[in-house]
Design a protein around this ligand. Structure first.
Ligand SMILES: [Zn+2]
Length: 271
């Protein structure tokens, strides 16, 4: 999965240090990141000697190397802005750091002003947070919980295709946790809303940070409760639903998401 970058070690402890040496400078604009895409590289501090502490903000480290958000307008040569979808190709430090930085950039941009009093927000000097200097409101990075569930009926897996997308492939049912719900409540509600399926034996699988949508995905297994019934599709969301036999499950294009991992492990009889 995208966060599996071992033996490299991701560290998210807070620091307000400045960049040095070969620290990485992450530069973003709407839906894009600055990179040398064929070589899968970001600019280093040494490529941007003009970057000062006003323009940079420490985000996190991989091993001992710091990753900084660069907020200036002058960029080094040899790099270009590329769509964030580049980070969906594989599990690597490049992809994981690139999309995690993009989530923090978006959070900073979406919270330039205090939502309570309208004053410009400032960085906290003691934790990863934005603080209003007038009323004290504190805003932490946005992380939205969402469940994803692999439901089986014997040797078949429940898979759906989304509505409203031109090239939607089969995937698992997923959805954001709503107010007042446990994760298990969300699993039951999403399955009933999207396909009209009732489940039992809901078990936790694993979780995954998914910065492409500011989410943390919480994976579950579940079994069909009772006999198979015709699907009742939520047509605004779901174009098609199927129970697919292990041997007929299409191979996911990569293994970066928890959904792909669960599909593959079911296909090969590992879960
Ligand atoms: Zn305020």
């Amino acid at each position: 999965m995208i966060q599996d970058i071992g033996p490299n070690v991701f560290r998210n402890d807070f620091s307000d240090r400045g960049p040095s040496g070969n620290d990485i400078m992450l530069c973003y604009r709407e839906g894009q990141a600055l990179m040398n895409e064929p070589e899968r590289l970001f600019p280093e501090f040494g490529d941007m000697p003009w970057a000062d502490s006003e323009d940079t903000e420490y985000l996190f480290s991989v091993n001992e190397r710091g990753f900084f958000l660069y907020k200036g307008a002058r960029f080094p040569e040899g790099f270009s802005f590329q769509p964030l979808s580049v980070f969906r190709k594989d599990s690597s430090v490049f992809s994981f750091a690139g999309i995690t930085g993009a989530q923090l950039y978006k959070w900073r941009n979406d919270n330039s002003y205090c939502g309570r009093c309208g004053t410009g927000m400032e960085r906290s000097d003691r934790e990863r947070a934005l603080v209003c200097p007038k009323c004290g409101m504190t805003i932490y990075p946005k992380i939205s919980p969402a469940v994803i569930v692999a439901v089986n009926a014997g040797d078949e897996l429940l898979m759906i295709r989304s509505a409203g997308r031109t090239s939607s492939s089969f995937h698992l049912v997923a959805g954001y946790v709503e107010i007042g719900e446990t994760f298990e409540d969300t699993v039951k509600r999403e399955l009933m809303e999207e396909v009209g399926v009732k489940v039992k034996n809901i078990r936790y699988y694993k979780s995954q940070p998914w910065s492409f949508s500011d989410a943390v995905m919480i994976g579950f297994r579940a079994e069909l409760d009772g006999e198979k019934q015709p699907f009742r599709l939520q047509e605004s969301e779901v174009a098609e639903a199927r129970w697919i036999k292990r041997s007929e499950i299409p191979e996911p294009s990569n293994n970066i998401s928890i959904g792909s991992e669960m599909i593959n492990r079911f296909k090969y009889g590992e879960i």
